[in-house]
Design a protein around this ligand. Sequence first.
Ligand SMILES: [Zn+2]
Length: 318
Amino acid sequence: MRNTLILVLGICLQTLTQPLSAATGEPVRDYPFTQVAENTWVIHGPLEMPNVANQGFMNNPGIVITDTGIVVVDPGSSLQSGEMVLRMIRQVSDKPVVAVFNTHVHGDHWLGNQAISAAYPDAPIYGHSKMLAMIADGAGDTWVDLMDRLTEGATRGTGVVAPGHAVKHGDTVKVGNKTFRIHHYGQAHTLTDIMIEVEEDAVMFLGDNVTADRIPRLSDGTFMGNINSIDKIMESKAKTWIPGHGPTGDKSILSAYREYLQAVYAAAEEAFSNDMDSSDVKAISVKTTTKYKDWSGYDEELGPHGAQAYMEVEAAEF
Ligand SMILES: [Zn+2]
């Protein structure tokens, strides 16, 4: 009886002294940078959706080393991802971070701002003006919750640190000896996409306007808008093309993703003109997109993409 009481008291005390939930998730494991151009390095993240195993980390953070410091593009999906990016930067350079760019509003790309900003509070963070507006309307909080849910708490401790500097198409941001040119061609993958060209080095950060080995959700974008953005950026003379997800490559990664979008859209046009339903698009597109069947997300997205493309085709008819 006495032992039981002591045990119960012990458990009560233990419960009282433990926080209700873990304050912050565990550190994300190390994913080293790969050099892709003379001054540019990329961590090619996992291709899956954010989950427990990848702790939410699954994008392509990049860095450009200038003569005055390091520019970070898309520091990841969480406080923990951003901290990992900072650890990996130290394997490459001891220069400070002097600027950050965010390619679009999807939280897997920019919630890591929090870690960068904590370490380098003076580094400006740039994003498209529409991204700033959407975060002011609560988009960041939605992404924090989504990441927490998908990772079962691995990203806990993450908060919203939005870009403080709005950029638009045609802007250039000079950092040290490098010029960062902003490209934006309207709604593509989202309303907020910027593609960032490092002019001196012929490097292009594409955001999710182009992905490789992965089929992303497109519910915030449009097929024709995305195809148009790819056509526009194709005119650039860049040599190193860095997608938002998947391996860095040459210009062929643009045509590969464009061809997928075009195939789904063409399947939707065929279904529409034959008086079929939006749910019938997949039966057509599954035959014309076989070369993408091993891309991560293909099985999940092909159906919804067909239905979405059908709505676009329908809207274009009126
Ligand atoms: Zn995205």
